[in-house]
Write a protein that binds this ligand. Structure first.
Ligand SMILES: Nc1ncnc2c1ncn2[C@@H]1O[C@H](COP(=O)(O)OP(=O)(O)OP(=O)(O)O)[C@@H](O)[C@H]1O
Ligand SMILES: [Mg+2]
Length: 211
């Protein structure tokens, strides 16, 4: 079963008075349930643009994206709420229309996730008091909060040292938890090698991946 189907996606950025910039030029692929896909390509190739479109955060100029399941998102720039504590940031996605009794359970789950990413002792800090890599780990805990069946992650190990990166990769691969599909933008060959396949973005299209 596919959890994501991407068909002929084109994305153009239009700046008034200038010719449109075509960043994605007909991208098609599908992701099966539980499948892990790496997206590679040079800086500016359109990886973040593609991921934002896959996650419904941006619209394609043409083409279609069908995501059939609940998704979680790990942003390249974290996008934590600066005025909320680490714990509150992780709980936030589970809060919409929530009864008080569920908030207690959500808080327990958020604490367990913070423990998993090695930040249990930072639960009551503000994001600004954390390093880049720590903020990235909070963003991962937040993405896992609603038990997604697919995670979109934009360079999730980009700010981490090798050992922390390996720990985070384990979590992203669903190690020790409920399995989920993953679309992960990465510059790391090591991270890509842990995925089932790699899609390489070049000149707005998916090129066959060459080692
Ligand atoms: N809102 C925008 N308006 C105009 N151009 C944009 C906009 N957003 C992105 N671009 C351009 O689209 C191209 C792709 O950007 P994108 O952020 O998707 O690259 P990327 O592959 O994620 O790069 P990196 O590896 O550096 O994160 C870049 O040339 C960028 O300048
Ligand atoms: Mg990017």
């Amino acid at each position: 079963m596919n959890v994501l189907e991407v068909e002929s996606v084109v994305k153009e950025y239009r700046i008034p008075g200038q010719p449109p910039i075509r960043v994605l030029d007909g991208v098609s692929f599908a992701v099966a349930s539980g499948e892990h896909v790496a997206v590679t390509g040079r800086s500016g190739a359109g990886k973040t643009t593609l991921l934002n479109i896959l996650g419904g955060l941006d619209r394609p100029t043409s083409g279609s994206v069908k995501c059939m399941v609940n998704a979680g998102f790990v942003f390249q720039s974290f996008r934590l709420m600066p005025e909320l504590t680490v714990l509150e940031n992780v709980i936030l996605p589970s809060m919409a229309g929530t009864a008080a009794s569920r908030v207690v359970r959500a808080s327990d789950r958020a604490k367990a996730l913070l423990d998993k990413v090695g930040l249990a002792d930072r639960a009551h800090h503000l994001p600004a008091e954390l390093s880049g890599g720590e903020q990235q780990r909070v963003a991962l805990a937040r993405a896992l909060m609603c038990e997604p069946e697919i995670i979109f992650a934009d360079e999730p190990t980009g700010n981490l040292d090798a050992m922390t990166g390996a720990e985070i990769l384990k979590l992203l691969m669903g190690f020790g938890g409920k399995p989920f599909a993953l679309v992960m933008v990465t510059h790391s060959a090591e991270a890509a090698a842990q995925c089932d396949r790699t899609l390489h973005l070049e000149n707005g299209r998916l090129a066959p991946f060459m080692v």
